[in-house]
Design a protein around this ligand. Structure first.
Ligand code: AMP
Length: 221
């Protein structure tokens, strides 16, 4: 199955992507995660990307397109993929379409997670991520048992540099101007499906799961 998760920052793409990838047995490809790993490792790509990320701006298309092209050559992507945070601009979507046409592996569906803007700011500024295992918590909606510690592995919880309020507001503006046009792009191609993303993670997953089962079954292992 080849799936894109579309939606503003804070819509819950990362949380849903982890579950969908596990249930349907497809790799979760988050361009934000790949970029953050490069920043942590201090690679040239990471050094170039960091200043855009810290400001909440988009990393240039050619950098992202090259990175995704490389990722899709890894063998696990032959079985399908779930993109989270990619594409984010029309040129990225066009490049992906060309890449997939070349492989004769078109997209199955684009899930749009819809959530009210006011809620997004609260979701993002309260988000905390485990520095060890990557599990996502929320100070209000899903707090850890012990403040600042991951329930699963005991790792230290951290706030992403770009989850502060001023950067979040810029990320939302960037979404509206650069990424929202993709909704029309995929709607025109008959690929866009809406998922109501205001409920609990379980409720949102149930809606996404029901749609995805129309395109392929869950993993049997
Ligand atoms: P995310 O984890 O998806 O919210 O991404 C965090 C940051 O990484 C974004 O605010 C951008 O600076 C950068 N980024 C991630 N994915 C992309 C993309 N597809 N195109 C451009 N920049 C991206």
């Amino acid at each position: 199955m080849r799936v894109i998760l579309l939606g503003p920052p804070g819509a819950g793409k990362g949380t849903q992507a982890v579950r969908i990838a596990e249930v349907f047995g497809i790799p979760h490809i988050s361009t934000g995660d790949i970029l953050r790993a490069n920043v942590r490792a201090g690679t040239p790509l990471g050094l170039e990307a960091k200043r855009f990320m810290d400001a909440g701006d988009l990393v240039p298309d050619e950098v992202i397109i090259g990175m995704v092209g490389d990722r899709l050559t890894e063998p696990d992507a032959d079985e399908g993929f779930l993109f989270d945070g990619f594409p984010r601009t029309v040129p990225q979507a066009v490049a992906l379409e060309e890449l997939l046409v070349g492989r004769e592996t078109p997209l199955d569906v684009v899930l749009r997670l819809a959530v009210a803007k006011a809620e997004v700011v609260e979701r993002l500024t309260g988000r905390r991520t485990c520095s060890q295992c990557g599990r996502i918590f929320h100070l209000r909606f899903d707090p850890p048992t012990e403040a600042g510690r991951c329930d699963d592995c005991g790792g230290e919880l951290q706030q992403r540099d770009d989850d502060t309020e001023d950067v979040v507001l810029n990320r939302l503006e960037v979404y509206a101007s650069q990424t929202e046009p993709l909704e029309h792009f995929y709607w025109e191609r008959g690929l866009l499906r809406d998922v109501e993303a205001t409920g609990s993670p379980d409720e949102v997953f149930a809606s996404a799961d029901a749609i995805l089962r129309e395109y392929g079954g869950p993993a049997t292992v």
